[in-house]
Structures are given as structure tokens and as C-alpha cells.
Design a protein around this ligand. Structure first.
Ligand code: PEP
Ligand code: MG
Length: 595
């Protein structure tokens, strides 16, 4: 048999790491059926057949929900709750039954037509959130149709140990059950950075890419594949040479990870003795556990909006209290910085669209228009504060007025809790994210009134450079190292220090070794990164001295472009910290040639 040619496809890396294994192509298609007219008088029977199918699908999903809950935690199981809610939606069920009766059509056809009418526009929405919900609808409808047709569901259960999954996207019910012991890597044609599947792959530490165009056209079951979750590449049918390169890179990487494991219990302290608060960004409880395992010093950013988005409704005070308390207790005495809901932008509100979501109704702006949402969350945060070192932080702040209004609401909530004789930490620290250019320019004023500042470099970069962070077409212009972004970061750090408060950074920039170098040079106090990036970040911090980093940073700030800055930082790293540089760049390498 002729050996197929090596193919390299590019995707968006969403979960770092390498994987090599045979490809398992997963196709999740709706089962085929035909439109049929039912005999007069048999509508009742057909409706019953439909109800039974829904009931069986519901019982399967409930079992799955419990399985995911015990395996990954309550918050993960919410992804399955969404599906149960979609499956049992009264409008869908009612209108399907009506369709069967009025049009005398078979249940399969009536159900599919009803869904098309009610949920069809979601699939073509330009808003990622709705496109992702369309996947939920597809998943649920496939379950019902297979019950009606008596067919088995395609399942990842048959995946061979050590496989690389290639799919257009995974339904959340499959993604939730991905077992990192079985699945080595995951490559998707569709999906976005914030899709459920991407979030779950990252939480389970399975190397993964999304947005890999042409994947299903190229991938063949059983062929060898390499997933490079660093460079954002998948190599199908790697040549012997390429495989050899990757195998030695992976071995080096494994040895490196093992050596990093020894750092878990060590402090994130620089060569010249500056202690950096190295903490973790989390969305779920399971990630808080991972953060502990890797030796993070608490949680620098708890993105709470997933609690909302997973449920499609605001979580109650008690639901929030339970999660915040668990994380606070787990991390005690280290801090847990709970960020209030940052809904909007790409994390869009169900049932709401607007032309410029990133410049629109997002974060605090949205919460002010729904004061009960913010009040309930603040009540839960304050009540959880007796169980650990809890702090609160507000996203998407662009004016001092917004911060003051949030502070006033916090004070009102404190009064309310006092009246109710509820316990809470009266000295709870409150801070803001510096993620809009206006907030960065006013950082000295914020620093006068806030307990801390945390720079959100992901948004600060998009707003400073006017580049949508999720738009692949302008991705080239998105640059954390652009001097304009760096000036705002540097100014924010200096302003915080002038007023005697600490300042951190919790965007992706904090886990880039060159980013860390310049941030340490600017005098940053705290870095917050995804749990899996903690060991590497500790290694970088422990290899650097802030004096040399400061000199490199100062020289870099004389330059005019992001590329020049990166080049200068790379040179600085090589000349001042050769051991670290050699290791980091040996691992990250330069770009791989596609052809
Ligand atoms: C940021 O903007 O840098 C940040 C950390 O917040 P998010 O990515 O959740 O917007
Ligand atoms: Mg942000």
C-alpha cells in the first residue's frame, strides 16, 4: 500500500502539550429518517412514541449528569443540565406534539422541523455562544432521534487507548466524559477558544486544537497523528524524520516536566529574592484542585461567568456560596480573588445580541443594569469570606464612577448582611481589573481607592490596539508585546506602587516566558496563570533576577514595534539567562515549515 503523504494542518491551540497516537475520527451526524404521513387516528400513538423517546433520552442524560458530577464536579455537570433543560423544553415538546397531531407527520420529522423553527438561527449566528448552543441542540436531538429509530448513539467509549480524536466538534456530553488516560489529544475543525470542549480539554490537560480547517477531509481513522498544542499544529502521517524530531522533543519535555515537578513545594522567588505571588486562573472547582497540585499560591482570577453560562440562568446565592466556600477552604490561607460576572463580549448573554459586544453591554455595565445579579453575587462572596482569604474584583471597568458605584453596592450589601446577622469579613479587599486603556491611564486614581489592581492583558491588548481578540482575520495584529500595551502595563504597575498597593496580571501574557521577563522587569507583584502553566512559570521566576530583567525591560521600552520588543527580550534572555533561554527555546522551537 502506498504510504500517504505527511500533512500539516494549523489550528488554534487551546490546551498545551504534545500527543502522538492513532487517529479516531468521530462523526456526530443526525441519524437519517424519512418524512412520513401517519394514518388518521394514530396521532395519539405517535405522540406517545415521541414522549417515550424523550423520557428514555432524559434518563440517559440524568445518568450521564451524575457520572460527570462524581467524576469532575458539580459545575462541570451543569453542561449536561443544559441539555436536560433543552430536551425537556415545554415549547419544543408542546409544538412537536401539535405538529404530529395537526400535520399527521411522524415524530422524527415533527421534532426536527420544530427544532429547526425554534433553534435553527443559532447555528448560523455570528455569536460564538449561540453557535455553541446549537451544538447542544444537535446533541439532544440526535439522542431523541436515535431513541425513536432504535439506533445506538455513536460514542467515544470505543476509542482505543492512546488515540488522537479528530472531529468537527464534540457534543458537550461526550466532551465531559473525555478520559485523559485514554484520549491523548484532541483536534477539532470547529469550536472556538471559549467553547465547552476547549474549556474541558484544558481543564483535563488534554493537548488540543480548535478551528483546524480541512481536518475531516484529511484525517483517516488509524493513521498516525502528532498534536502540537504549543505551536497549534496537527501533523497527519508524520514522516519518520518529523516523528523522530517530535519524539525527542516530547522526551525532553517529559524530563523537563518531571524536573519542574520538584518545584511544586518551592516558592516563586527570583534569583535576587523577590517573592512573586504566583496564582492560578480558574473557571471550575476541578481547576482549583489542579492549581493546588501544581503549587499555586491561591487563585488570582476566578472567572465566575461560567457558572451563569453553564446554567443559562444566574446561579442562586446558595449555589455560589457553596462553590466559593469550597475553593476558599481549599486554598486557605492563600487568597482567592473572585471576579464578578464578566458576561457579555464573547461570553454573551443568552437571548441577547448586539452589534459590538466587546464595546457594549459587558461586565460591570451589564451588572449595574441587573443590580440583583451583582448583589446576589456579592452576598455569596462576602458570606464565603469567613471560610478563607477571599477578595473581590470587578471586570470591564472603564471609569472611576463605575468602581465607586460597585464599591457603594458592596457597602450596601454589607449593611444588609449585618442586619441579617450574617458573618463576613468586614475588611474584604476589593480591587479592579485594569483591562481598558481608560482604566490604565487612570491607574493612579484607582490605586488611591482600591486594595489592589489586576491587569487583564487579554482585553487591554484588544482595546488598546482595536483588535477583536477572537477574530482570526485580525489575529496577526493582536500583540501583547506592542509598546502601546506595554506602556499602559508599566504605567499601571508604577501607579500602584506609588500608592502602596500590590498589582498583578492575569491575562495570557503572564504565562509567556518573555512576558514574564518584562513584567518582572517592570516590578510586577503577582502573576496569575492557568494551573498547568504554574510549574513552568515557577521555573522562569526562579531563574531570573529582577535587576537584569529591569535593564532588559528598560531597553525594550525604547523600541517602536512589538516584533522589535520580542527580539530584544529574546536576546536579553539569551545573554543574561542562558540556561533558561536554551531550555525554553529548545522546547518552544521556532516555527515548523508546513511543506
Ligand atoms: C483579561 O482580559 O486579560 C482577563 C484575564 O480576563 P478574560 O480573559 O476573562 O476577559
Ligand atoms: Mg478580560
Amino acid at each position: 500500500m502506498k504510504r500517504r503523504r505527511e500533512r500539516i494542518l494549523r489550528g488554534i491551540p487551546v490546551s498545551a502539550g504534545f500527543a502522538v497516537g492513532p487517529v479516531f475520527v468521530y462523526r456526530h451526524e443526525l441519524p437519517e429518517f424519512s418524512e412520513q404521513t401517519i394514518e388518521s387516528g394514530s396521532a395519539k400513538e405517535e405522540v406517545k412514541r415521541f414522549r417515550d423517546a424523550v423520557k428514555s433520552a432524559e434518563s440517559d442524560l440524568r445518568k450521564l449528569h451524575d457520572e460527570v458530577k462524581s467524576d469532575m464536579g458539580r459545575d462541570f455537570a451543569e453542561f449536561i443540565s443544559i441539555q436536560i433543560a433543552l430536551l425537556t423544553d415545554k415549547d419544543v415538546l408542546g409544538q412537536t406534539e401539535q405538529f404530529i397531531t395537526d400535520e399527521a407527520k411522524n415524530a422524527e420529522f415533527a421534532y426536527t422541523e420544530t427544532l429547526k423553527r425554534l433553534a435553527g438561527p443559532m447555528a448560523t449566528s455570528t455569536v460564538p455562544f449561540f453557535r455553541e448552543r446549537a451544538l447542544d441542540v444537535g446533541d439532544v436531538s440526535a439522542r431523541v432521534l436515535r431513541q425513536l429509530l432504535g439506533e445506538e448513539l455513536p460514542s467515544l467509549h470505543e476509542v482505543e487507548q492512546g488515540s488522537v480524536i479528530a472531529a468537527h466538534d464534540l457534543p458537550p456530553s461526550e466532551a465531559a466524559l473525555l478520559d485523559p488516560q485514554v484520549v491523548r489529544g484532541l483536534v477539532l475543525e470547529g469550536g472556538g477558544r471559549t467553547s465547552h470542549t476547549a474549556i474541558m480539554a484544558k481543564a483535563k490537560e488534554i493537548p488540543a486544537l480548535v478551528g483546524t480547517e480541512g481536518l475531516l477531509h484529511e484525517a483517516v481513522k488509524g493513521q498516525q497523528a502528532v498534536v502540537d498544542g504549543y505551536r497549534g499544529l496537527v501533523v497527519l502521517n508524520p514522516s519518520r524524520n518529523r516523528l523522530g524530531q517530535y519524539q525527542s522533543e516530547m522526551e525532553r519535555y517529559e524530563r523537563h516536566r518531571e524536573s519542574l515537578a520538584e518545584l511544586t513545594a518551592e516558592e516563586a522567588v527570583t534569583q535576587d529574592g523577590k517573592m512573586i505571588d504566583l496564582s492560578a486562573n480558574i473557571e471550575f472547582l476541578a481547576e482549583a484542585r489542579a492549581a493546588q497540585k501544581y503549587g499555586a499560591r491561591g487563585i488570582g482570577l476566578f472567572r465566575t461567568e461560567y457558572m451563569y453560562l453553564a446554567r443559562r440562568r444566574p446561579p442562586t446565592e446558595d449555589e455560589q456560596l457553596e462553590v466559593y466556600t469550597e475553593v476558599a477552604k481549599m486554598c486557605e490561607p492563600n487568597p482567592v480573588i473572585i471576579r464578578t460576572f464578566d458576561i457579555g463580549g464573547d461570553k454573551v448573554v443568552p437571548g441577547y445580541t448586539e452589534p459590538n459586544p466587546f464595546l457594549g453591554w459587558r461586565g460591570l455595565r451589564l451588572c449595574f443594569d441587573h443590580p440583583e445579579l451583582l448583589r446576589t453575587q456579592l452576598r455569596a462572596v462576602l458570606r464565603a469570606s469567613v471560610f478563607g482569604n477571599v477578595k473581590v474584583m470587578y471586570p470591564m471597568v472603564s471609569t472611576m464612577g463605575e468602581w465607586r458605584r460597585a464599591r457603594m453596592i458592596l457597602e450596601q450589601v454589607k449593611k444588609e448582611l449585618t442586619k441579617e446577622k450574617q458573618e463576613f469579613n468586614r475588611q474584604l479587599d476589593a480591587g479592579v481589573m485594569i483591562e481598558t486603556p481608560s482604566a490604565a491611564m487612570m491607574a493612579d486614581q484607582f490605586a488611591l481607592e482600591c486594595a489592589f489592581l489586576s491587569i487583564g492583558s487579554n482585553d487591554l491588548t484588544q482595546y488598546t490596539l482595536a483588535v477583536d481578540r477572537g477574530n482570526e482575520r485580525v489575529a496577526r495584529l493582536y500583540d501583547n508585546f506592542h509598546p502601546s500595551v506595554l506602556r499602559l502595563i508599566k504605567g499601571t504597575i508604577e501607579a500602584a506602587h506609588r500608592h502602596g498597593i500590590w498589582v498583578g496580571l492575569c491575562g495570557e501574557f503572564a504565562s509567556d516566558p518573555l512576558g514574564m521577563l518584562i513584567l518582572l522587569g517592570f516590578g510586577i507583584d503577582e502573576l496569575s496563570v492557568t494551573p498547568g502553566a504554574i510549574p513552568e512559570a515557577k521555573n522562569v521566576i526562579r531563574s531570573i533576577d529582577t535587576g537584569s530583567a529591569g535593564e532588559i525591560a528598560q531597553a525594550a521600552m525604547q523600541l517602536g514595534t512589538g516584533l522589535e520588543v520580542k527580539r530584544m527580550l529574546r536576546q536579553g534572555l539569551h545573554s543574561r539567562f542562558p540556561k533558561l533561554a536554551e531550555f525554553l527555546f529548545e522546547l518552544a522551537g521556532e516555527e515548523i515549515d508546513d511543506e
